[in-house]
Design a protein around this ligand. Structure first.
Ligand code: PHE
Length: 341
C-alpha cells in the first residue's frame, strides 16, 4: 500500500475524520473505487496484471481503516476509564429523612388528650370574614377590641366587598362549629393564625388551639377542671398548678387569663411547682350574644371557651427558646428538635 494512503489514515484525529478518509477512498467516487472501475477499459493483459494489485490495495486500505478505528476507540475508552473513575472510598451521600415538626407533634398530642375528654376537632378557614373573626364574637365595628389584634386585611375583590382578614385567632371556629353542629358541643380547633407582629417572641404566623364546650349547666368549675386536666396531661406532671386572673375578652363573660406555675430545674424554667407564674391562655364563659350568633338560645345553653398558643406550649414542654426558629425551615434545628415519625 502506498505510504501516502497510510499517512492519510494515520493523520485522522477523530472518528469523523477517519470516516471522511474512508469515503474519499472507498466511496462511490472514491480513489480506489475509480481504480476498480478503470479495470473495465483495460486490455486483457494489463487487466490481468493490475487487477490483483488493485484488489490487494483495497484490502490493505480496509484493514488499515479498521485498525485505526480500533486504536481510536481503545484510546477513548482508556481516557474515560482514567477520568471517569468511581472513587469507592468517598463517603456515601447522607440519606436525609423528614421528621415531624414540633408544632405538628404538639397538635397531635393535644388532639389525643382532648379526644380522651370527648372533644372532636373542628376546622375553619384561615382567610376569614370580619363577621366570623370579629363581629359574631361580639367585637362590633369600630370597637376598640379589634385594635387589640394587629390584623392583616386582604384587598377586597370587588369595590363593594368587605375586606376579608387573615384570622387573628382560632375563635371564629367557635361560631362556625356552633352554627354547623349545634349543642351540646365539645370541640377543639387547632390551626394557624396571623397578626402583623414580629420579634423574638412573636411571628406574623403562629398557632393556636381553641377549646369550646356548650352544654346545659356549664360553669367556671368545668372550665377550670378541663384546663387543669389538659395541662397536667400535656406537661406529663401532677404538680402543674393553675391560677386564674380576671381579664377581658369581648366574647367571654366573665373572662380569665390562666397562668401556670413554673420552677427551676437543671438551670431552666419548667412547668410544675410554683416558684413563679407565666401566662399560657385566655378563657372564659361564652358570652350570651356569641351563643345567639351561633343560633343557640343563651337561656338554654351555657359554655366555656379557651384559646392557647401552641408554639408557646411546644417551647415550654421541649425547652426551645426562640420562636422564630420554628418557622425558619433550618434542617439542623429540625434534626435536633423534630420527632421521628
Ligand atoms: N382568642 C383569644 C386570643 O387570641 C383567646 C381566647 C379564646 C380567650 C377563647 C377567651 C376565650 O387572645
Amino acid at each position: 500500500m502506498s505510504d501516502a494512503l497510510i499517512d492519510r489514515i494515520a493523520a485522522a484525529e477523530t472518528l469523523q475524520d477517519l470516516d471522511s478518509v474512508r469515503v474519499s477512498l472507498l466511496g462511490k467516487s472514491g480513489e480506489i473505487t475509480a481504480k476498480l472501475k478503470s479495470l473495465g477499459s483495460m486490455d486483457p493483459d494489463t487487466r490481468a496484471a493490475e487487477a490483483p494489485k488493485i484488489h490487494a490495495l483495497r484490502e490493505a486500505v480496509i484493514t488499515a481503516l479498521a485498525d485505526r478505528k480500533e486504536a481510536m476507540e481503545t484510546a477513548e475508552l482508556e481516557r474515560k476509564l482514567a477520568t471517569e473513575r468511581v472513587d469507592l472510598s468517598l463517603p456515601a451521600p447522607e440519606n436525609i429523612t423528614g421528621t415531624v415538626h414540633p408544632v405538628s407533634q404538639v397538635m397531635d398530642e393535644l388532639a389525643e388528650i382532648f379526644a380522651d375528654l370527648g372533644f372532636s376537632v373542628a376546622e375553619g378557614p384561615e382567610i376569614e370574614t370580619q363577621w366570623y373573626n370579629f363581629t359574631a364574637l361580639n367585637m362590633p365595628e369600630n370597637h376598640p377590641a379589634r385594635a387589640m389584634q394587629d390584623t392583616f386585611y386582604l384587598e377586597p375583590r370587588t369595590p363593594d366587598e368587605e375586606p376579608r382578614v387573615l384570622r387573628t385567632h382560632t375563635s371564629p371556629v367557635q361560631i362556625r362549629a356552633g352554627e354547623s353542629q349545634g349543642a351540646p358541643l365539645y370541640a377543639i380547633a387547632p390551626g394557624r393564625v396571623y397578626r402583623s407582629d414580629s420579634d423574638a417572641t412573636h411571628t406574623p404566623m403562629f398557632h393556636q388551639i381553641e377549646g369550646l364546650v356548650i352544654d346545659r349547666g356549664i360553669t367556671l368549675g368545668h372550665l377550670k377542671w378541663t384546663l387543669q386536666t389538659f395541662l397536667k396531661a400535656f406537661f406529663e406532671r401532677d404538680d402543674v398548678v393553675l391560677r386564674m386572673r380576671p381579664s377581658y375578652f369581648p366574647f367571654t363573660e366573665p373572662s380569665a387569663e390562666v397562668d401556670v406555675g413554673w420552677s427551676m430545674e437543671k438551670g431552666r424554667r419548667v412547668v410544675g411547682g410554683q416558684e413563679g407564674w407565666m401566662e399560657v391562655l385566655g378563657s372564659g364563659m361564652v358570652h350570651p350574644r356569641v351563643l345567639s350568633n351561633m343560633g343557640l338560645d343563651p337561656d338554654e345553653w351555657q359554655g366555656f371557651a379557651f384559646g392557647c398558643g401552641i408554639d408557646r406550649l411546644a417551647m415550654l414542654k421541649y425547652g426551645m427558646d426562640d420562636l422564630r426558629a420554628f418557622f425558619d425551615g433550618d434542617i439542623r434545628w429540625l434534626k435536633h428538635y423534630g420527632f421521628r415519625a
